[in-house]
Design a protein around this ligand. Structure first.
Ligand SMILES: CC(=O)[C@@H](O)[C@H](O)COP(=O)(O)O
Ligand SMILES: NCC(=O)COP(=O)(O)O
Length: 238
């Protein structure tokens, strides 16, 4: 079974646009689970432009499935938050400061020692670790030496190329996923997955543990309703 973790960052973006508490992000987490999600993801950024650090603490209190916190571990504030909140999973993403959204995976070869050290910090706190990587076999191989439990394949390239040539788009992901399986790494995926491209991804990579989806799911929820949107995404994963 591939789990659907709903990324609720975009609820926070909407809330912050008016400065009040509508929509409430804790309710967005509770409802994601109520509507069938298998997990909740948040990605706090240093400027707190969407999910705030304090939201993460409040959301942790209500999540009954799996809580995944993504972010940049070069920020000590992020490391401290994760160690305090103790989610089920932390996903380490090599974002630059003020980046609009995540746009690349780790260079697991150049940053191998750094990753080993920081992953050990989270593993010592009994938090499962996943690292964000591009679909490159060599990066997956080096990831497997860092002590990470899982990798998350960065799927923006897949989503973009899917519209042009889906066979070509999926090919590097199949190769990276096979390598991860061979090396005993768990496998997550995310970024720009949507109702058009998700089923094909899952069909070609059946041993996928989890997808985290936010932007497209929240956009679909505007037209379809939140409950419908969550359930439609779930159905793509059967
Ligand atoms: C790592 C990743 O792909 C997601 O966390 C995505 O970047 C969402 O972050 P934003 O909501 O800030 O775009
Ligand atoms: N890890 C990816 C994620 O949480 C959501 O990415 P997106 O669906 O908002 O592009």
């Amino acid at each position: 079974m591939t789990k659907l973790s709903v990324n609720i960052n975009k609820f926070a973006t909407l809330r912050n646009s008016r400065g009040g508490d509508n929509p409430n992000v804790v309710k967005a987490a509770v409802d994601a689970e109520l509507f069938g999600a298998d997990g909740v993801t948040v990605h706090p950024r240093p400027d707190e432009r969407h999910i705030r650090y304090n939201d993460v603490r409040e959301i942790k209190k209500v999540v009954r499935t799996e809580f995944n916190i993504e972010g940049n571990c070069s920020e000590q504030k992020f490391v401290d938050l994760v160690l305090e909140v103790k989610p089920d999973q932390v996903t380490l993403v090599p974002d630059a400061l003020n980046q609009l959204t995540s746009d690349h995976g780790w260079n697991t070869i150049d940053h191998q020692q750094y990753l080993k050290d920081i992953i050990a910090v989270f593993k010592n706190a009994a938090i499962r670790v996943s690292i964000f990587v591009d679909p490159i076999v060599e990066m997956v191989e080096a990831a497997s030496t860092t002590g990470t439990d899982r990798i998350e394949l960065y799927t923006e390239g897949y989503a973009r190329n899917f519209l042009v040539n889906k066979e070509q788009a999926i090919a590097p992901y199949v190769a990276a996923a096979q390598k991860a399986k061979e090396l005993g790494l768990g496998l997550n995926a995310g970024h720009d997955l949507d109702l058009h491209n998700l089923k094909y991804f899952k069909q070609h990579i059946p041993h996928l543990d989890e997808v985290s989806i936010g932007h497209a799911l929240v956009c679909d929820a505007i037209y379809l309703g939140y409950e419908n949107a969550v359930q439609m995404y779930k159905r793509q994963l059967f």
